[in-house]
Design a protein around this ligand. Structure first.
Ligand SMILES: *Cc1c(COP(=O)(O)O)cnc(C)c1O
Length: 381
C-alpha cells in the first residue's frame, strides 16, 4: 500500500545524518530538533501554535482535554472513520454522537450534524477523510450558530488547502478551534515510528495544551491540572524535518497518481472513482489542491468487493478496505441511541469501498498493472 523504502532512498543522506546528530548530541527528548520542527511546521501551516506529541490519537485526546470538555458533553463525529476519533471521546467520558457521511466525499454530512445537535452538544470533530477536506465553511457556520468547538482530525489531510466561499485559502487543520494530526509512518507526513501534533491559533489554548502534554505542569513540579505524558522524540522530529520540505511534492505525486488511476477507470460503469476536484471547497476546480490523497478509494457497484480484494491479493496487489464496519456497529461503540435509518450512507459504503496502493513512489507501470487487473476482474465477473 505504501513504499516507504523507495521514499527513504530519496532523503537517505539527510535523514541518516540528522539521526546520527541526535544520537551524538544525546538530546533525545525535547531537544532542538523538536523545537525546530515545531517552528517549521507552524510556518508551513500558517498556524500560530504547533504542539508536538506522541501520536495522532493522543493529539485528539489532548485537544479535547485542552478545551475543557467534561463527562456528559456530547461530541459529534463521523460514523465512517478510523476508530481513534470516537475512542478518545469515549475514553474521556464524553458522549460520542456518530452521524452519517456524504456518499461522494466520504466526509461528515453537515445536515446530519444539524439534526444531531442538542443542548448538550459541545463540539464537532470533522475528519478530513482520505485526504479530502470536510465541508469546513458549513461546519464553522453551524459551530458559530450553536456555540460549539470544532476539532479537526487532520491525521489524513496534512498539506491540504481549503478555500472558503470568500476565497480565503487555509491549510486543513488551521480552520477549526484546534486540530490534531498523526505522523504514523504511512501518513502523508510520516516519521519512522509514532508521532503526532496539535495545532491551534488560540494562544491561551496552546498554553493549556503545552501543560497537559507534560503531566499538567506549567511550572516545574507544580501540577495544576491532570495531564498526560505525550512527547514527540527528537529522532522522529529529525526525520520529520527532513521530510517536511518535500511534503508538497509528495502530495503532488499522490494527486498525479490519483489522476492516472481515475483516467484508467473512466468509463467503467461499476467503478465510481474519487473526485480529485473540490467537493466542499470553493477553489478553481481545475487546479485543486484540497485533496492530498492519503488513500485512493473507489466505490465498486454490483461487484463482489471481497472477491475483488482476494483477487488483487492473489495477483500481488495490496489493497485495503477502509473501513469495513461502521463505528456505530462496533461492539465498543454500539448504542441504543442509534437508529439504523440514520446511517444509510455508511452502511452502504462499508460494502462498496476499496482502497488501492497510494504513495509517493507509484510509477506508470505499477498503475497500469493495478488498473488492468481491477478492470479485468470486473469485466469477467
Ligand atoms: C491515523 C489516524 C489517527 C490516529 O493516529 P495515530 O498516530 O495512529 O494515533 C486518528 N484519526 C485518523 C482519521 C487517522 O487516520
Amino acid at each position: 500500500m505504501v513504499d516507504l523504502k523507495g521514499q527513504y532512498s530519496g532523503i537517505k543522506e539527510q535523514v541518516d545524518s540528522s539521526i546520527l546528530n541526535v544520537i551524538e548530541s544525546a538530546a533525545f527528548i525535547n531537544g532542538p530538533e523538536v523545537h525546530g520542527f515545531q517552528k517549521e511546521l507552524e510556518d508551513y501551516l500558517g498556524v500560530k501554535n504547533v504542539i508536538p506529541c506522541a501520536n495522532g490519537t493522543d493529539a485528539l485526546q489532548i485537544a479535547m482535554m485542552g478545551l475543557g470538555l467534561k463527562p456528559g458533553d456530547e461530541v459529534i463525529t463521523a460514523d465512517f472513520t478510523f476508530a481513534a476519533t470516537v475512542e478518545v471521546i469515549a475514553l474521556l467520558g464524553l458522549t460520542p454522537v456518530l452521524v452519517d457521511v456524504d456518499p461522494v466525499s466520504f466526509n461528515i454530512d453537515t445536515n446530519a450534524i444539524k439534526r444531531a445537535i442538542t443542548s448538550k452538544t459541545k463540539a464537532i470533530v470533522p475528519v478530513h477523510l482520505f485526504g479530502l477536506a470536510a465541508n469546513m465553511d458549513e461546519i464553522m457556520d453551524i459551530a458559530n450558530t450553536h456555540n460549539l468547538f470544532v476539532i479537526e482530525d487532520n491525521a489524513q489531510g496534512i498539506g491540504g488547502v481549503y478555500t472558503s466561499k470568500d476565497g480565503t485559502k487555509k491549510k486543513t487543520g488551521t480552520i477549526g478551534h484546534v486540530a490534531s494530526t498523526s505522523f504514523f509512518p504511512s501518513k502523508n507526513l510520516g516519521c519512522y515510528g509514532d508521532g503526532g501534533a496539535i495545532f491551534t491559533n488560540d494562544d491561551d489554548l496552546a498554553h493549556t495544551i503545552r501543560g497537559i502534554v507534560n503531566h499538567g505542569m506549567y511550572q516545574r513540579y507544580h501540577h495544576d491540572v491532570v495531564g498526560v505524558n505525550s512527547r514527540l522524540d527528537s529522532i522522529q522530529a529529525a526525520v520529520l524535518r527532513a521530510k517536511l520540505p518535500k511534503l508538497d511534492a509528495y502530495n503532488q505525486a499522490r494527486l498525479e497518481a490519483a489522476i492516472k488511476y481515475n483516467k484508467a477507470f473512466s468509463g467503467i460503469a461499476n467503478i465510481i472513482t474519487p473526485s480529485y476536484g473540490c467537493e466542499h471547497c470553493f477553489c478553481d476546480m481545475k487546479n485543486c489542491d484540497c485533496h492530498v490523497f492519503h488513500q485512493y478509494t473507489l466505490k465498486v457497484i454490483n461487484v463482489d468487493r471481497d472477491s475483488l480484494v482476494a483477487h488483487l491479493n492473489q495477483k500481488g496487489i495490496p489493497c485495503g478496505v477502509y473501513y469495513p464496519i461502521p463505528l456505530h456497529l462496533q461492539k465498543a461503540y454500539a448504542d441504543k441511541r442509534y437508529n439504523e435509518e440514520d446511517f444509510k450512507v455508511t452502511n452502504q459504503l462499508v460494502k462498496e469501498v476499496i482502497s488501492l496502493p497510494m504513495h509517493t513512489e507509484l510509477d506508470n507501470e505499477q498503475i497500469e498493472y493495478i488498473t488492468k487487473t481491477v478492470i479485468d476482474f470486473i469485466k469477467n465477473n
